[in-house]
Design a protein. Sequence first.
Length: 253
Amino acid sequence: MTPEPWPAHLDLDTFDEIDSTHQEARRRAADGHPGNVWIVARRQTAGHGRRGRVWESPNGNLMANVLIRPDIEIAKAPQVSFVAALAVADLLDRCAPGHCTLKWPNDPLLDGRKAAGVLPDSAGRADGRLDWLTVGFGVNLATSPTGTPYPTASVAAVTGMAPDPDIALTILANAWERRFAEWRMGGFAPVRAAWLARAHGIGGEIRVQLPDETFTARFEGLDDTGALIARLHDGTARLVSAGDVFPVSPPDP
């Protein structure tokens, strides 16, 4: 991959080892850090993903968080998941062209296997605006976790070569800047369109796992807020705003 220059307005703090870049970002936000910083670790000792799930963080992979203080409405914060997933997809397109798709809401896949994790987090103010926003990125460049309930992949396993984490980080930071700026200027509609163009298994059967129920349906798309449209077997549509989704069968040819 061809290196890119680091975005001039962003700081970069690199740790050889840390508990979690996500926790470090939260600590800095609580201490009043002004933001516009990327925090990256060569190795994490307590990395985690959604709902506290362990995320393995060995050397050779990319583990980073961006911390910003954007002036946006709290209600729009969930859209950041899709923005961040597209930024990772841009990186993976550079590393493994033609292999990346996206699983709802923000799982980048390589050949249908999870290759990265995206973890947004934020805090709001009393006026309904965000106080701070951080997004955690974990990208399987060299290795991927084992013993997970879903298949995983790394760039190295797909292409035979592990990208340099520093080069990958710079590509990701620039992709995030572009995607975030596009969202701020154009709203969610172009983000939704770009995400749907990469959607994994659209038109196929999925299993939707919610805290209190599990059901199967056809993955029909996204509504204009990012909720998944699940077409039930009786023909009715159901919107899913949060939950785990697993492909069951591919779409009809």
